[in-house]
Design a protein around this ligand. Structure first.
Ligand SMILES: NC(=O)C1=CN([C@@H]2O[C@H](COP(=O)(O)OP(=O)(O)OC[C@H]3O[C@@H](n4cnc5c(N)ncnc54)[C@H](OP(=O)(O)O)[C@@H]3O)[C@@H](O)[C@H]2O)C=CC1
Ligand SMILES: O=C(O)C1=N[C@H](C(=O)O)C[C@H](O)C1
Length: 274
């Protein structure tokens, strides 16, 4: 495939756990070209991201300069930025990408519902596609679909998400999205049965506006896991997904990079693309 028909891709957070995996996946995709690698480690500036990610030289030096990279990517035309950084700066980074006409595929979690609404308005006005994808794994989307079916029959549900202990945000973006999806089937869950008292604050987890409790477990050894537990008199129905390796997210990342090109507005969730 000629260089001109390849999709130019910038990875923000390129040196992280997800970032390195994404760099390798893009390097292996014939229809994409890595044009920028951003991270926030001064000591790595100028080093080849291909060497850092372990896929051999790509001649793409690490930079800390988001704006200059967006300007460069914009000049390539039809560019995409995959962001896998940190909740702290994600809102500003997505706005900047949209402002430069570089389509953001946002894997970073931690955006608030209000921020997502504001980004949707901004993307719509700019007529730039934007994807907010709390989970790129197909297995998670299938689990969520099964949960939507179960929610038609069960009034009681709790979500348990389990992650490695380097994760910055809690609850996970996937758990938040799952609760939001369930609410579309039923406006509220878990009608109270008794007046509960927490003798240890937080023991019942965090309660979403949908009335669904989310429990966040953080341990070394875990990667990314989620259970959705439905209960009814005499039965418990549990759905579970386990990400054993971040490679499971890569087909979803590549799909987003391809599917974002014709979009002119924001979509939230991989289910919207399938
Ligand atoms: N949507 C999905 O399917 C998935 C989403 N995620 C999400 O992706 C994000 C990253 O996860 P993970 O790769 O495990 O995290 P890591 O901490 O391993 O990687 C993040 C990288 O981005 C760097 N970074 C942080 N903030 C900035 C910034 N403002 N600008 C540039 N670089 C920055 C970090 O630097 P430093 O080390 O110095 O902090 C680090 O190198 C998280 O929000 C996580 O929830 C993760 C897996 C799957
Ligand atoms: O931080 C992670 O690792 C993950 N984050 C995402 C989330 O918050 O849902 C997706 C996946 O669970 C891995």
């Amino acid at each position: 495939m000629s260089n001109q028909s390849q999709i130019p891709v910038v990875v923000n957070g390129a040196m992280g756990r997800m970032g390195c995996e994404i760099v390798k996946a893009i390097a292996a995709a014939d229809d994409m070209k890595l044009v920028g690698a951003i991270d926030r480690k001064p000591e790595a500036v100028g080093q080849d991201i291909g060497e850092i990610a372990g896929c051999g030289p790509l001649e793409v030096p690490v930079t800390m300069d988001l704006e200059a990279t967006l300007v460069m990517a914009q000049s390539e035309g039809n560019a995409v930025m995959v962001d896998v950084t940190h909740p702290a700066k994600i809102y500003e980074q997505v706005r900047a990408a949209i402002a430069y006409g570089v389509r953001p595929v946002v894997g970073t979690t931690g955006l608030t519902p209000e921020q997502i609404i504001q980004l949707a308005e901004f993307a719509e006005k700019a007529s730039v596609g934007c994807l907010i994808i709390p989970n790129f794994a197909i297995g998670v989307i299938l689990m969520q679909q099964a949960a939507l079916k179960a929610a038609e029959y069960f009034d009681h549900v709790e979500i348990i998400e389990l992650h490695h202990n380097r994760k910055a945000d809690a609850p996970s973006g996937t758990a938040v999205k799952t609760a939001q999806m369930l609410q579309e089937v039923k406006p509220s869950f878990n009608p109270p049965q008794v007046k509960e008292t927490e003798t240890l604050p937080g023991a019942r987890g965090g309660t979403t506006p949908e009335g669904i409790n989310i429990h966040s477990v953080r341990l070394p050894g875990l990667v990314a896991h989620q259970e959705i537990m439905f209960g009814a008199p005499g039965q418990v129905y549990t759905l579970r997904h386990d990400a054993m390796d971040r490679v499971c997210f890569m087909p979803g990342v590549l799909l987003c990079v391809r599917k974002i090109l014709p979009l002119k507005s924001l979509l939230y969730g991989l289910d919207k693309l399938l």
